[in-house]
Design a protein around this ligand. Structure first.
Ligand code: HEC
Ligand code: HEC
Length: 271
């Protein structure tokens, strides 16, 4: 056979095999191994990279988008926070000590009740108590560098000048997202509450969330069928006094059947 044709046939065969392989044997994304912990070298970082770090924390470990997202109206959208800063600091209800945008954003994370945006306070508190969790402690627990990165991200998002400086310090390990860290199925009710952030919104398992109903005695009022539906199909029934759509709609994609059973049993026994 002509050498030219041999080469062509060989190439087609290789391509064919490769295509077969590529379409059939690439593992699905969700079974990818947990990425190794990365280190962040602050000394080598540009401000753009620092903003990108803040973006990642805002959408991941910080859990900010659980409440600050455009689909449901459970918290003010933050792309406009830069434009609102003047009126916030002048408001007679403002009790904090911030002097500028960066200070205001930082205070919102560390002391959410220093100022409560009208209409968003804990029910019955007349907008004096914020349902936003303290970000520097507890379940979220961002460190000082992570908080600065989020401020840089929000300044940039609002089109304001980025005034935060990248903190100096030795390379630090990038904290894993709770979503990444928690790839193993949770085994107890309290572990599930932690893994899925139920306690950011609910009073349950020692957590003090105030966005949704208190679940510490839910088992006295509701049976297992209701509770199962409440977690997997939240808009099927809406707890009185709460607007629909606030409870995350994607637990059915994120939880295993075993985890659902465990949390339903746990809630049913909370009396
Ligand atoms: C459990 C829900 C929840 C989570 C999670 C949450 N927030 Fe909030 N946040 C709120 C609510 C509700 C308000 C409005 C009440 C108030 O002013 O405290 C608010 C207010 C704010 C404000 C003030 C907005 C304004 O217009 O003045 C900022 C800034 C803010 N949050 C930043 C964040 C950041 C950054 C994160 C993540 C690190 C975060 N929040 C996570 C619920 C949440
Ligand atoms: C971002 C806030 C948020 C998170 C996170 C959240 N919930 Fe909710 N949840 C709500 C709100 C608001 C309601 C009330 C509105 C409704 O019924 O949909 C609610 C309702 C419920 C109810 C029904 C209560 C009743 O009295 O009828 C159950 C049960 C529940 N949530 C369980 C959970 C569990 C379990 C998790 C974690 C796996 C969780 N929630 C995470 C906000 C949240």
């Amino acid at each position: 056979m002509n050498i030219f044709f041999k080469v062509i046939i060989f190439s087609l065969l290789t391509m064919g095999i490769y295509t077969l392989f590529a379409t059939n044997y690439i593992p699905p994304m969700n079974s990818a191994p947990v990425p190794a912990e990365e280190t962040i070298d602050l000394a080598q970082m540009t401000i753009q990279q620092f903003i990108a770090l803040g973006d990642k924390i805002f959408h991941g470990k910080g859990t900010c988008t659980l409440c600050h997202n455009p689909v449901v109206k459970r918290a003010p959208l933050l792309d406009g926070v830069a434009g609102r800063i003047g009126e916030r600091l002048k408001d007679t209800r403002y009790k904090g000590g911030a002097k500028d945008l960066a200070g205001y954003i930082e205070e919102s994370m560390r002391k959410p009740s220093a100022y409560v945006v009208a209409g968003y306070g804990v029910t019955g508190s007349n907008d004096t108590v914020s349902p936003m969790p303290v970000i520097s402690e507890g379940a979220i627990g961002l460190n000082d560098v992570e908080i600065k990165a989020v401020i840089a991200y929000l300044q940039n998002l609002g089109g304001a000048e980025v005034t935060v400086e990248i903190p100096k310090g030795p390379p630090m390990a990038e904290g894993k997202d709770s979503a990444q860290a928690a790839t193993l199925p949770a085994k107890t009710g309290a572990e599930i509450v932690k893994k899925f952030g139920c306690g950011l919104c609910h009073k349950i398992a020692g957590e003090q969330g105030a966005i949704g109903p208190d679940l510490t005695k839910i088992g006295a009022k509701k049976n297992a069928d209701y509770l199962r539906r409440a977690v997997f199909d939240p808009n099927a029934d809406i707890a009185p006094g709460f607007p629909p759509g606030m409870m995350p709609q994607d637990f059915k994609d994120k939880m295993t059947a075993g985890e659902l059973q465990v949390i339903v049993d746990y809630l049913a026994k909370s009396k």
